[in-house]
Design a protein around this ligand. Sequence first.
Ligand code: HMG
Ligand code: MG
Length: 299
Amino acid sequence: MFILPNNVTIIEVGPRDGLQNDKNYVDTQHKLAFIQALQGAGITEMELTSFVSPKWVPQMADAKEIIANTSQVGRQFVLTPNAKGVELALEAGVQSVAVFVGVSNSFNKKNINRSTDESMAALEPVIANLKAAGVFVRACISTAFYCPYEGRIDPIATLALCQRFTAFGVDELSVADTIGMANPQESYSLFHTLKQELPNILLTAHFHDTRKMAMANIFAALQAGIDRFDTSAGGLGGCPFAPGATGNVATEDVVHMLDTLGIQTGIDVKKVCEAVQVIAPHVSRPIDTGMYRLFENGI
Ligand code: HMG
Ligand code: MG
């Protein structure tokens, strides 16, 4: 039989990863309504927005307003790559910060204009200061399996980056299949290794569903002992600097699968679909996830 956890934590990334690359500029009030509806569905951990250069990612330019108008109950993250973003996040009163770095140098340069080593050197004191201030720090590891520019990533390189972040004192590692290329064998193998090598840190899996393998990869990661998953309501998502990075795996579909397996998440699928309905008219892509389609058809 399969070995499955009793409980899984879902970290909703729709308001950040889901919207950052959308062609339509989504008004702040619609983003806030989406966030509120997601919180109402039982989501307690969420990436709300990012403090990044508005020239690079215009969609996230309203980060300050998003934070000022959102309840900070649970862990409400802002994503940021550098000291400037952390400074802005702390000024805004944030208590949970997500930093991000790619294993692959080429991706990291395209995404944040620095090599992986340069980013890590700059982040080390930033993370030390955040930990000294009692802030929860999550580190997002992009291109953990494949890079759009360099191809397959050596799992040893991913492990090494995770170990460096762990030594910096982060609380959580969110390990990402940025362009949705990993298969379930690779998912199991990497997460099994990470669980063994880093037993004292929260480990989260972040799958993009580009090739429709995310659900299989989640099931494989569950077998490896992972019980935290980043998902995005409506399956929205994608990184502007990773060609081919389409939507994240959909929150409503993952929660439904976990429900049917008897795994508790504390999240109401129907209410997630209602949250999707709030944002659907404002995004450029039609939403076509399994559970949302059924919801829209009244089934
Ligand atoms: P740069 O041009 O090298 O920046 O970009 P710089 O340090 O030279 O500064 C240039 C200007 O940007 C300055 O302003 C800075 O103050 C400002 P100026 O003096 O010209 O007026 N600046 C900032 N403003 C706001 N917030 C900041 C910030 N930092 C500098 N944090 C930079 C470097 C990192 C800023 C840029 O490359 C950038 O913003 N990149 C963000 C890219 C991004 O958001 N990508 C998507 C998120 S990652 C992702 O989706 C992957 C993930 O989901 C996991 C997965 O799936 O793989 C997490
Ligand atoms: Mg992502």
